[in-house]
Design a protein around this ligand. Structure first.
Ligand code: SF4
Length: 251
């Protein structure tokens, strides 16, 4: 798709005296126009590439956990505080969700936007730096974006195990470049044995988790960002499907 965004010329060598003519790309839409259509992507100081988010107030399972389960990571959600809840961030989140619901060919436009926004040589994209899946249809649409961008690694963390289960039960398949991780609903909680997952560790249990991971290192990985100024640096474990569970330290 990137190639299709660049102008090039071809000449038909089979015709004597044929002239060189411009080959118009299938999609010639500037990044700014795509952003205008589906909303701008986000760049966070922590992550290696751009991300997409919606307002955490729309988290279906997350808001229930927040209200009813004080031991859930959602009860202390970072995206329900401060700048996430006001001004430009809130407006941008609203625009992205509205675009998903209303823009025809949203998946194609998103795929083109991601391709034109990704860091060259570091093709990693995160879904839901805040917010979560709204429906099985949203998961299908995101899967389509991933399929349209096979050279980009996508990571999608979610609490919406019901949508994931339904998607798979209806015959849906994840493309190889999508790493979908179901998040444990409680801090230190259990994760689904059949899906890739993530779990939050309390600060108190950090050492126990780290010792446990040392013993079972093939399948679990402790996020190192707390030891490297809160950034991923060269780590890309969240996108690595060989790692069954990522353990994050609570905020
Ligand atoms: S595990 Fe690695 S890639 Fe994932 S958030 Fe932590 S530092 Fe970043």
């Amino acid at each position: 798709m990137l190639q299709s965004n660049s102008l090039s010329t071809v000449s038909d060598n089979h015709l004597p005296g044929a002239q060189t003519f411009p080959l118009m790309p299938k999609v010639l839409i500037a990044r700014a126009t795509l952003s205008e259509l589906v909303g701008e992507l986000q760049y966070t100081s922590k992550m290696p590439g751009p991300s997409w988010s919606i307002d955490a107030i729309h988290c279906i399972t997350g808001q229930k956990l927040r209200a009813e389960v004080p031991t859930s990571p959602c009860a202390k959600c970072y995206a329900m505080k401060g700048n996430f809840c006001r001004g430009k961030v809130k407006d941008a989140n609203r625009k992205r969700l509205h675009a998903w619901a209303t823009v025809p060919n949203w998946a194609e436009a998103m795929a083109s936007l991601i391709e034109t926004s990704i860091t060259f040589g570091d093709p990693f994209f995160r879904w839901f730096s805040s917010g979560d899946l709204q429906s099985v249809q949203m998961l299908r649409d995101i899967v389509q974006v991933c399929t349209l961008t096979p050279m980009i690694h996508h990571w999608l963390p979610t609490q919406e195990r019901g949508f994931v289960t339904e998607f798979l039960a209806l015959g849906g398949e994840f493309p190889v470049n999508l790493t979908l991780r179901v998040s444990a609903s409680e801090i230190g909680g259990v994760t689904d044995p059949f899906l890739l997952s993530s779990v939050v560790s309390s600060r108190k249990l950090k050492r126990i988790w780290q010792q446990r991971i040392q013993r079972e290192s093939t399948f679990r990985y402790f996020c190192p960002s707390s030891q490297q100024d809160g950034v991923c640096g060269t780590c890309r474990a969240c996108w690595d499907q060989r790692i069954k569970t990522i353990v994050y330290l609570e905020h």
